[in-house]
Design a binder for this molecule. Structure first.
Ligand SMILES: Nc1ncnc2c1ncn2[C@@H]1O[C@H](COP(=O)(O)OP(=O)(O)O)[C@@H](O)[C@H]1O
Ligand SMILES: [Mg+2]
Length: 274
């Protein structure tokens, strides 16, 4: 009897996953970005995906958020099948993401960027954004309260009236996180949330990510290539290489797996560890 079967026979139910990928294959002309990817994310879990550049990490998010349609496989969010849905429909189901490269309206203030996050349809262009802001002003109070809570939560108060483009890089990344939270998601996707950050910015971001999981109870899928950060934060880690998962487990399980050490951490890391 496996541990799972034993728990089930004792009447302990495994949690129903928030998200599940099953055997997902995504190819572009001649390039296999995802080559049979399966994983599940449990309620309240911080699930990390790591791997070198080109391993397929961002492609997982692009499939999840409806940007790309995989050639094979199943993607389920709660009891909803996501494949074939448009990005705005998936956002409306409660999946919010941040991007590897900042995608904010740099001329708009922190508050206005967060207000845009209240809108579930992503506005495609500045004109659409301004049109939406006009409408938002009419029911501003409800949205403003929600946005002010996020400003407090992410400690953005001192920058709230400044155009985002003028802010330090680490703060811009935090505003982007805030915009994702503003849509009140049920699942949060973070694509390399500390890429390009200095040590202090990285530590701040790590603290906010943990607060989101622990205080808001929000399940998070985080893509990273920085093994150190992921080891500290994640409940479980999936290590990708060449479009396939080579190991999924707790930080300890992953870090001691010989194939992971060989394929991803490399000899340099082995030397460091010995
Ligand atoms: N739109 C695309 N067109 C063609 N190839 C792509 C596209 N998006 C990703 N790829 C390829 O798929 C592979 C995985 O890319 P990606 O998911 O961005 O990796 P990662 O985020 O892990 O760096 C890479 O070889 C990349 O060049
Ligand atoms: Mg990427």
């Amino acid at each position: 009897m496996t541990a799972t079967e034993m728990r089930q026979s004792e009447g302990v139910q495994e949690p129903t996953p928030v998200l599940s990928f099953e055997d997902v294959v995504l190819t572009f002309a001649g390039v296999t970005a995802l080559n049979g990817v399966s994983f599940t994310v449990d309620p309240g879990e911080l699930f990390a995906v790591i791997g070198p550049n080109g391993a397929g990490k961002t492609s997982i998010f692009n499939v999840l958020s409806g940007v790309y349609r995989p050639q094979r496989g199943t993607v389920r969010f709660g009891d909803q099948d996501l494949i074939g849905r448009r990005p705005h429909a998936i956002a409306r189901l409660g999946i919010a993401r941040t991007f590897q490269n900042i995608e904010l309206f740099s001329n708009l203030t922190v508050i206005d960027n967060l207000m845009l996050g209240r809108h579930h349809h992503h506005p495609y262009g500045v004109l659409a954004a301004f049109a939406w802001l006009g409408k938002a002003r009419r029911n501003e109070l409800a949205n403003r309260n929600a946005v002010e809570e996020i400003v407090d939560f992410l400690e953005l108060a001192q920058w709230r009236r400044l155009p985002v483009g003028l802010l330090p890089y680490g703060v811009q990344k935090r505003v982007e996180l805030g915009r994702a939270l503003a849509s009140e998601p049920k699942l949060l996707l973070l694509d390399e949330p500390v890429a390009g950050m200095n040590l202090e910015e990285t530590e701040d971001m790590a603290r906010f990510i943990l607060d989101i999981r622990d205080e808001l109870g929000l399940p998070i899928v985080m893509v990273e290539h920085d093994m150190g950060l992921v080891m500290d934060l994640a409940d479980r880690i999936m290590v990708m290489d060449f479009g396939r998962p080579i190991r999924t487990g707790t930080p300890n399980e992953v870090a001691t797996d010989p194939e992971v050490v060989r394929a991803y951490l490399g000899e340099e890391h082995q030397v460091e560890r010995s």
